[in-house]
Design a protein around this ligand. Structure first.
Ligand SMILES: [Zn+2]
Length: 304
């Protein structure tokens, strides 16, 4: 892409992609196995998933590196391959756009490190800093157009992620929080008690370029619109939203998300009207969801 992502989203909203994790499972990844290692061992399967998203109309693809930090990869015995795994992911996402004959942005995905920091857990802040730094550097060096620090629930970890992306020289840094709707249904906050206003203010102070939300519990398209509006009230930064395809349900011991593209797409225009600059999907969303989003967005933007 000739135009930086941050400039492009000021001109018009862009379409993200859908879930990777649930698609990897469909492609044969066993629960508990390392999906990120597939960037090296089964690149064609990762490419096939991302190509479908690009063909469905995604303008942005998140790399298959949600668990690509050395702390996460260490659980699968491949922490020595951080750079290779993350670099391969950027390459594959780029190839997916090429294969689909479409231009787009590759967003390097950094998920939670998967533990707690002292004093609540076993990891020191330095360990987490080093881990995110290594992953962010690998993604930026491989040519990612942006870095997203996603599914975050604590400002400490989010801040470390943003610092890592900044030090790596990322041209665009997206901070994305996972909110849970409260039991009484009146509002939503992260597991660690952070509300959207506080998260947005923190991100703006900390040097993120885009404030985002993804995943979470009970965060459907309507709730996502509410989050976007609440972000907009406290920040002028661009906003990205990637809700799940409905609520997770346990079917035959497997977690399923059953909101259809037809159901979920109804929330696309309200999200754009709330001020979202990038719209995509998280868990359970598929290329069919993204194709429906593309049509709704193009119609809204007068592009077809
Ligand atoms: Zn999710």
């Amino acid at each position: 892409m000739t135009k930086p992502l941050l400039d492009a989203i000021k001109e018009r909203p862009l379409l993200g992609d859908g879930a990777m994790g649930t698609q990897l499972m469909l492609a044969g990844l066993e629960q508990g196995n390392c999906g990120e290692e597939w960037n090296l061992t089964h690149p064609e399967r990762v490419l096939a998933i991302q190509r479908r998203y690009a063909e469905a109309g995604s303008d942005c693809l998140l790399t298959n590196t949600f668990g690509g930090s050395p702390i996460m990869l260490n659980r699968h015995g491949v922490a020595d391959r951080v750079t290779e795994i993350n670099a391969a992911a950027v390459r594959i996402a780029r190839q997916a756009f090429e294969a689909a004959g479409r231009d787009g942005y590759v967003i390097g995905d950094v998920g939670p490190f998967g533990g707690l920091m002292e004093p609540h857990g076993d990891f020191t802040e330095d360990q987490v800093r080093e881990a995110f730094a290594e992953q962010a550097k690998a993604l930026v060096d491989a040519g990612a157009d942006a870095i997203i620090i996603e599914t975050q629930t604590s400002l400490e970890e989010l801040g470390i992620g943003i610092d890592a992306a900044t030090e790596a020289g990322a041209a665009c840094i997206i901070g994305s929080m996972a909110y849970d709707v409260t039991l009484d249904g009146s509002t939503f906050r992260t597991m660690m008690g952070i509300d959207p206003e506080r998260a947005a203010e923190f991100m703006a102070e900390h040097g993120a370029h885009v404030v985002a939300l993804n995943c979470g519990t009970g965060m459907d398209m309507q709730r996502a619109s509410e989050a976007v509006r609440r972000y907009r009230e406290v920040t002028g930064l661009p906003v990205m939203a990637q809700p799940n395809a409905g609520q997770p349900k346990l079917v035959n011991m497997k977690i399923c998300y059953d909101e259809t593209p037809q159901q979920m797409v109804k929330g696309v225009v309200p999200l754009l009207e709330a001020g979202a600059n990038i719209v995509g999907g998280c868990c359970g969303s598929t290329p069919d969801h993204i194709r429906a989003f593309r049509r709704a967005m193009d119609e809204y933007l007068g592009l077809n």
